[in-house]
Design a protein around this ligand. Structure first.
Ligand SMILES: Cc1cc2nc3c(=O)[nH]c(=O)nc-3n(C[C@H](O)[C@H](O)[C@H](O)COP(=O)(O)O)c2cc1C
Length: 186
């Protein structure tokens, strides 16, 4: 169970998804990706990358309508699924078990199989509905890992900020990242 399934939705934050895939590749971790149609659009807008570029960063790339692909079944073994970035629409579908595309179904499978599901949600501000949906998925076993950048490591630039976020996320998944800046006090 070594593969990590990465879900990419149409929330803002596509650079996080790209940086996360690059990091996992550097760490020698196999990945598969499922991307929604809005995810493809936002990826192009925010990173200028297309599906061909993305497919070079992962073992297999699935579109949202490939509902018979391996991530739709609990028999496919993924050690974790990370949705990065995770839109409020996808969060809602996961919170209500309304799996209408491959990404939502794969997340539903992770919850029913009691496997790690991490949602890097992105929105501002949150409505009461968003907050309730986050609570619902957390109660069902998912982890809300908000796409909120940190400043305490004094990032040099945006890339540094994004890399720090995905390195922390990788460590959260139990992967060891060598060059992560560690807090040593003020
Ligand atoms: C440039 C852009 C940025 C967006 N940013 C967000 C966002 O940060 N959070 C969010 O929930 N939706 C955002 N959306 C809206 C989602 O893309 C939209 O709700 C979409 O239906 C989500 O579908 P998906 O979850 O299947 O990808 C954004 C849309 C665009 C075009």
């Amino acid at each position: 169970m070594e593969k990590i399934l990465v879900g990419i939705t149409g929330a803002s934050g596509a650079p996080y998804a790209v940086a996360f895939l690059e990091l996992l590749r550097e760490l020698g971790v196999s990945t598969e990706v499922v991307i929604t149609d809005p995810g493809v659009e936002v990826l192009r807008h925010e990173t200028r990358l297309g599906l061909e570029d993305l497919s070079r960063l992962t073992g297999r790339l699935y579109r949202e309508d490939e509902i018979s692909a391996p991530p739709a079944s609990g028999s496919a073994l993924y050690r974790a699924m990370v949705v990065i970035p995770c839109s409020m629409g996808t969060l809602s579908a996961i919170a209500h078990g309304a799996a209408r595309n491959l990404l939502q179904r794969a997340a539903d499978v992770m919850l029913k199989e009691r496997r790690p599901l991490v949602l890097a949600v992105r929105e501002a501000p949150f409505s009461l509905i968003h907050l309730r949906n986050m609570l619902a998925v957390a109660e069902a076993g998912a982890v809300i890992y908000p796409a909120m950048p940190a400043f305490y490591h004094n990032p040099r630039d945006l890339d540094d900020m994004v890399r720090f976020f995905v390195k922390r996320l990788a460590e959260f998944l139990g992967l060891r990242v060598k060059d992560l800046p560690r807090w040593n006090g003020l």
